[in-house]
Write a protein that binds this ligand. Sequence first.
Ligand code: AMP
Length: 477
Amino acid sequence: MEDGSEQLKHACGVFGVFGHPEAAKLTYLGLYALQHRGQEGAGIVCSDKGQLNGHRGVGLVSDVFKPHKLRRLRGDRAIGHVRYSTFGTSMLKNVQPLMVDYHRGSMALGHNGNLVNAASLREQLESDGAIFQSTTDSEVIIQLIARSKENTFENAVVDALKQVIGAYSLLAVDNEQIIAVRDPLGFRPLWVGRLGGAHVFSSESCGLDIIDADWVREMEPGEMAVATEEGLRFWRPFETASPKPCIFEHVYVARPDSVIFGQSVDEVRKRLGRNLAKLAPVDADLVMAVPDSSNQAALGYAHESGIPFDMGFIRNHYVGRTFIEPDQSIRDFGVKIKLNPARSAIQDKRIILIDDSIVRGTTAKKIIKMLRRCGVKEIHFRISAPPMVNSCFYGIDTPNRERLIAAQMTVGEIRDYLGVDSLEFMTIEGLLDAVHASKDEYCLACFNNQYPTMVPQDFEHRRVASRHVDTSTELLI
Ligand code: AMP
């Protein structure tokens, strides 16, 4: 379990601005706030009404965009993307926004989510003569837009999206407009904001906050917004479906200062912690988190149980992309680089350790070893999500089922493998209670195996086969 050959990653993030003279700089800031959604690559494409130009690179937003690069990106409309390689590899040509010239002019696209029928669409397109530049599923959308017989960019985007199945919160730009769309099931979040006369789009509300944009509202599942010089227009091009936003966005992916799917992430995580304390109480001296993603759940547990919260781990926030590179030898080192126990707080104590999820068990195994070395007396491990027993096909990068520890071991076996005194997981009911929803209102596939779309049999095989890395780090487009 601890081989760690496939590092866990989140989803991706998108950000866009229409109608502001500093569109690219604002987009840079927006991407900065969305950095937690993707750390392997970043890009911005902007339009100065005459032509699109952009810059993309591998690494963190602050590594990719230096002042002289940003200065080149002129125009009053821009879209940006931060990337984790949920499909395709992390090589430069897969960094988004993807930009092309085609018979209608130029366009660029930034996509958060995974399509489940991308491989079969790609095979059809390739047998028709299409040439692909990247291995991303997002490029399938570009190809479908380019081949559409519809007469406008907007209708071509709709035409393309009607052929794909899966998750997309995406932004597309040409010289006239920015189009924002959320798939009919609404797997991933997408916000609309306003900054003076400019329209802003962001995966999460924290992206609006960083530029002081007003929150207008979240895009609804199946909704399209079109920002042009005439203003912002919303419509619903797709058949309505029963929305299935991803519950794991609330558990782990989104930032706690964001509101997504109508609820504060901070509040949901605190309720998760409270529910966990009710479900799995234990006597102990302190409650601590695996920071940062579990801080809110640990606070919730502490409030509910009355057991004091303490910072048993200190997180180093200055870890650059060196530790995010998909390279085995670096990854094993990663946990120690990121987290260090605060000995005086935990020595000889009985601790309740809260984490948001156990996926492969790699992180947990290492941090528990670290805690034991510090002389912790008892470790009661509490997880604010249910056992993750299925892979995600909609944009969270989880390993194959064979590598998910909870799909391979019972809770008792995991407890013994990790070497903790007790281990308890959240229940699906407790999770739903924290988001005030019923099981039909969210995608819970990673926990309950109920995928809201068809999933091709060989998806996993293709996903893993497409992983390889090249070493280029920068691209001017
Ligand atoms: P693992 O070590 O494989 O069990 O991963 C679990 C740890 O990674 C937990 O501490 C989570 O906070 C974190 N995590 C969960 N899901 C993801 C994800 N998709 N990307 C990155 N980290 C994750």
